[in-house]
Design a protein around this ligand. Sequence first.
Ligand SMILES: [Zn+2]
Length: 188
Amino acid sequence: MLNLNTPRLILSPQQNEFSLSNIKLFISKLSELDFIGSELGPSADYQCFETGDDFLHQITFLGCSPTLFSADNSDDSKTFISIAQHQQIQFANSSPLPPARCPHCQKTDKNWPLYLQHWSDNNDSFESCPNCHKDFNFTQMKWKKNAGYGQLFIQIHGIQEQLAVPNQIFMDELQSLTHTPWEYFFAI
Ligand SMILES: [Zn+2]
């Protein structure tokens, strides 16, 4: 089974609770765009794919050029794509995490592990910011690009943090396919 917990770039709709009625159609469109190649089989809840022929035009690698490993290589640094849609909002994150920020005043709040626990127990739990005292749900916290939330994730594995970004043209294509704007972040 492929290891999904390798360093990765994650693309997800900006709206946390966004989900598609037809994920198969979406995947076939990504195949038509040559973003994904042949299927590697499932891993956990994810469908995994080779990178497609146009992948290197859709993702920009910063600094040195990428080393794309073949999919049957057991090296954790190999590049492949996994796609999943979850029934509930998921928290995708890096470790160790920098402080999260309040969605209202942007002040860092070290209490987030407690909020994560509350949210795991009850998705509707609310917190009160110790700085501005406004209420928020854990899934509204801001992480810059070190974590994020969503139900629909495209994960590009084998990408170290901040070393690759999706092209604006590809982000626009995702938006036109799904009729919702997308964002990206990194997880380890
Ligand atoms: Zn605040």
